[in-house]
Design a binder for this molecule. Structure first.
Ligand SMILES: Cc1ncc(COP(=O)(O)O)c(C=O)c1O
Length: 355
């Protein structure tokens, strides 16, 4: 089977047949000489603001994709940009999973939105839990799948555990799972290992998710990326809202990309703070284990997560209580903050112990 046919068989038939909405901005592309735009029912007089926001934005965010493509060594046509990577997760489900017929496979404990978006779409979620040490079990994943398994979500580094899934496991899944393998790399820039973007050339059924919300420090903008082959990207473009990203988010993301060196410095600080925080936490009597993390958070097994969570809240410090997640009994997920924030957290925990 050709790679294209292999992908086509995964798409919901109604989506494959869909003629997408063509916006006014789709139709005028290519008319470089045009200067009077009376095609989109905008307000040509503008708004009460000084800056002009009167025109709909580019539906395909071309300059930002070109900049990302250069940085990642890909083609712009291999990039989808969404309102956070959450939009890409949602659209992958809509495009590939037939409600009440198809299923997705996840490896709990993991990022909650895969299951939530599947539930919204009435798509079955199959679970192949990570082992107690948070490593994946390839055979268990394959046992959980059937011919209606369309998407396998693999989060690496994984939220909330912080560990990476080994490349050998990802490759085994790409070779053996017959649907799309979605590797969510929201935290990849905090890891020492490279991204799996280089696998895209060999594996047409791979989708890689990344985001501006974590390492780039731009969560408020809501910009996330899906990288794949152009067939999958075109399917996502076909079903997205026509103007899914606003002009400010795109512009500021582009400005951030142009300042990559400053960005690298910040990541270095967060990684150093992660190690310092891990050492300080390990020394506390109410901490049983700090799991190794390749992300910007630490999963910490404590003596009593509910009590420590409440005590930290009373000090004005909010962490994430993960004690009810599989294999995470008495675990808190703690984001690595600024050096001052980390100092406050450590002091609060030390005082808690003294009390
Ligand atoms: C693993 C993972 N994927 C995706 C996201 C969503 O990111 P975005 O802000 O790009 O929607 C998060 C956010 O916490 C996450 O932890």
């Amino acid at each position: 089977m050709s790679a294209r046919n292999d992908l086509e068989r995964l798409v919901r038939p109604n989506i494959l047949a869909l003629a997408p909405y063509r916006s006014a901005r789709d139709e005028f592309q290519g008319l470089a000489s045009a200067s009077v735009f009376l095609d989109a029912n905008e307000n040509s007089l503008g708004s009460p603001l000084e800056e002009d926001f009167s025109r709909y934005p580019d539906p395909y965010q071309r300059p930002l994709k070109e900049a990302l493509a250069r940085q990642k060594g890909l083609l712009p046509g291999q990039i989808f940009l969404g309102n956070g990577s959450d939009e890409a997760i949602d659209l992958l489900l809509r495009a590939f999973c037939e409600p009440r017929l198809d299923n997705i496979v996840i490896l709990p404990p993991t990022y909650g939105m895969y299951a939530v978006q599947a539930a919204v779409q009435d798509v079955e979620v199959r679970r192949a839990p990570l082992c107690a040490d948070f490593s994946p079990d390839p055979e268990a994943v394959l046992r959980a799948t059937d011919e209606r398994s369309k998407l396998l979500f693999l989060c690496s580094p994984n939220n909330p555990t912080g560990n990476r899934l080994p490349d050998s496991f990802l490759i085994a899944m790409l070779e053996r799972f017959p649907g799309l393998v979605v590797v969510d790399e929201a935290y990849i820039d905090f890891s020492e290992q490279p991204s799996v973007l280089s696998f895209l050339e060999k594996y047409p059924r791979l989708v890689v998710l990344q985001t501006f919300s974590k390492a780039w420090g731009l969560a408020a903008l809501r910009v996330g990326m899906a990288y794949s082959n152009s067939f999958v990207i075109n399917i996502l473009n076909k079903i997205k809202y026509p103007y899914n990203l606003n002009v400010l988010s795109v512009r500021i993301s582009l400005q951030a990309l142009e300042r990559s060196s400053e960005w690298n410095d910040k990541i270095g600080v967060i990684k150093a703070e992660r190690e310092r925080l891990a050492r300080a936490l390990t020394a506390l009597p109410q901490v049983r284990e700090v799991f190794l993390s390749e992300a910007n958070f630490l999963l910490v097994r404590t003596t009593d997560a509910d009590r420590i969570y409440a005590a930290l809240c009373a000090e004005g410090i909010v962490v994430r209580n993960r004690t009810r997640e599989l294999h995470c009994e008495n675990c808190l997920r703690i984001t690595v903050g600024s050096p001052a924030e980390n100092d406050r957290l450590i002091a609060a925990l030390q005082n808690l112990n003294a009390a």
